[in-house]
Design a protein around this ligand. Structure first.
Ligand code: G3P
Ligand code: MG
Length: 233
């Protein structure tokens, strides 16, 4: 079962920072999850929210700021004084910061509906960097995943959702995804088995409490996202 650090090791370091990703690797993660947005100049940057307000000392919408502007903000102090000076990383920096063997679970926050052309830009990015095998793209925007499929046919993608769909195999097929990424709250062993019979992988998020980790592991999932990747061992 894949041990995936959610936003790196978000329980121990400021989420979605290089320190957080390195921490996840130290704690034994097989992969790191992070959230992707595009800065005003088109650079792929890594943070969760649409704005920088919660996780930096800056203010404003990510898409309205250039990468140079975004990098002036302190993305660590909100979590603790020892993280002062941490920056919003670019996708390129994340790729360079973690060892080759670590899977990169990139969650695309906006598809073309909110960020026109973003799937083409991401496909180009992944192909130019030669990281098709290291990167797995997920999104709540299943149309974005469907758009990515012909652009990078070998890319592994995961359809994110909350709740328990009546037909999760159809949900994945419609998104042209190889994996489903359900919220663990609604997940059942039966749903995991249905996915497996259809050849789909199941990676559940975001599981932090030890008893929940044991329960979800017992359902036979292929991966778990956790803010505490050390607890997945
Ligand atoms: O990829 C799983 C999880 O990250 C999805 O939700 O809000 O933490 O990005 P969120
Ligand atoms: Mg995420």
């Amino acid at each position: 079962m894949l041990k995936i650090g959610h936003r790196g090791a978000a329980a121990y370091a400021p989420e979605n920072t290089l320190t957080s990703f390195r921490r996840a690797v130290e704690l034994g993660a097989d992969g790191v999850e992070f959230d992707l947005h595009r800065a005003r100049d088109g650079t792929f940057v890594v943070l969760h929210d649409d704005t920088v307000d919660r996780t930096t000392d800056g203010h404003g919408k990510v898409e309205a700021l250039t990468v140079a502007e975004l990098r002036r903000f302190d993305a660590g102090s909100w979590k603790g004084r020892e993280f002062a000076g941490e920056r919003i990383p670019t996708f390129d920096e994340v790729i360079a910061a973690v060892p080759q063997r670590i899977l990169l679970f990139a969650e695309l926050k906006d598809g073309s509906a909110r960020s026109p052309g973003i799937e083409d830009a991401l496909a180009r990015f992944i192909r130019e960097r030669g990281v098709v095998e290291r990167v797995r793209v997920s999104s709540f925007d299943h149309r974005a995943l469907a758009r990515l499929r012909p652009l990078v046919p070998d890319l592994e993608t995961g359809a994110l959702f909350t709740g328990l769909p009546v037909d999760l195999v159809a949900l994945a097929r419609n998104a042209a995804a190889q994996a489903v990424h359900p919220s663990f709250h609604y997940l059942t062993r039966e749903a995991v088995e249905e996915a497996h019979r259809a050849g789909l992988a199941v990676n559940a998020w975001t599981v932090n409490e030890p008893e929940d980790i044991e329960a979800v592991r017992g359902m036979g999932v292929d991966g778990i996202f956790s803010d505490h990747p050390d607890r997945l061992r």
